[in-house]
Design a protein around this ligand. Structure first.
Ligand code: PEP
Ligand code: MG
Length: 326
């Protein structure tokens, strides 16, 4: 079966009735790029930049310098040979502590993490933005900001990017002036107030891992409540579907980059919601492609609408299984 999948590497991802689908890779470090290419990814949809900052041992942690970061971002951009690379700014805190030796909040998932942390450490954030911008001179780079919920957080982030650009311009350092900036939609408030995002940003990427955690109030790393973590909860499905349709209606690219995007159980459900961009671990990519190649949107879409109208878990599970069997 693996051999059959490998044959699909160069096959374009298109549904049976002709809709092209973009399959991207999630990476943690530039060294993951060869595996992404090997799986036929047409770009990187999520570069989890925090992995450059983590596991460096020292306490207090010594964060990577601008040059060090720039080298790593450029390495990924060059390795992808002209394909777009979406670099997510530092998503530190909660399940990914920068310094495990430091005091942790009682509720770290609700605390000073990701963009909240970056806006509280503007110098560190600016350093990262400068490094990303510098890498954008070597290929197509996009900036993705995690954990946004408030308009002012988007505005502050954009103004920091503007500041980083102004500095580089002043220093005669090359970068892509038209670099696109997008948001992770991973807090329910973001999905529910999407016009706030659409107005300010160029693209969206749905982080289902956190979206499920925050919608259902289930700590994603607490095994005692792991059985309650359910991607098919109707509230979760509503938020995902709303984000895809409202984002696309406004003309923005919308991707899913959480685990759901790489799980073949959900491929047709997401296709039926109108999703055309999936970003996942490279190891999952060919199986998802195979599912797409055998999918007929004209058949799937009406069935998916039925799933979305249901508020009965058993009915939803059954309808999703039927989608898979179609
Ligand atoms: C997510 O939340 O779905 C996501 C892709 O980000 P992470 O898993 O890194 O929090
Ligand atoms: Mg997340």
């Amino acid at each position: 079966a693996r051999k059959r999948l490998l044959k699909l590497k160069k096959t374009p991802a298109v549904t049976r009735d002709g809709t092209p689908i973009t399959l991207l890779a999630n990476i943690e470090l530039p060294d993951d790029c060869p595996a992404a290419l090997e799986a036929g990814a047409v770009g990187v949809g999520l570069f989890r930049s925090e992995f450059l900052f983590m596991g460096r041992g020292a306490h207090p942690v010594k964060v990577p310098s601008e040059d060090e970061q720039f080298e790593q971002y450029r390495k990924a951009v060059l390795a992808m040979k002209g394909r777009p690379v979406t670099i997510r700014t530092l998503d530190i805190g909660a399940d990914k502590p920068l310094d495990p030796g430091e005091h942790t909040a009682l509720n770290p998932a609700l605390g000073l993490r990701a963009i909240r942390y970056c806006l509280a450490e503007p110098q560190m954030f600016l350093t990262q933005l400068r490094a990303i911008l510098r890498a954008s001179a070597f290929g197509k780079v996009r900036i993705l900001i995690p954990m946004l919920a408030h308009a002012f957080e988007i505005d502050q982030s954009l103004s920091m990017i503007k500041q980083a650009k102004a500095q580089l311009r002043e220093e005669n350092v090359k970068f892509d002036e038209a670099i696109e900036v997008g948001a992770m939609v991973e807090i329910p408030a973001a999905a529910l107030a999407l016009p706030m995002f659409v107005k300010r940003l160029n693209f969206l990427s749905i982080g289902t891992n956190d979206l499920i955690q925050y919608t259902l109030a289930i700590d994603r790393v607490d095994y005692e409540v792991a059985h309650l973590y359910n991607p098919l909860h109707p509230a979760v499905l509503q938020l995902i579907a709303m984000t895809i349709s409202a984002g696309k209606k406004a003309g923005l690219d919308v991707a899913v980059c959480g685990e759901m995007a790489g799980d073949v159980k959900f491929t047709r459900l997401l296709l039926g919601m109108g999703l055309t961009e999936f970003s996942m671990h490279p190891a999952q990519l060919l199986a998802v492609k195979q599912e797409i190649l055998s999918s007929d949107l004209a058949l799937i879409a009406p069935r998916t609408r039925k799933v979305l109208r249901s508020m009965e878990p058993a009915e939803i599970v059954e309808a999703v299984e039927q989608l898979q069997a179609m």
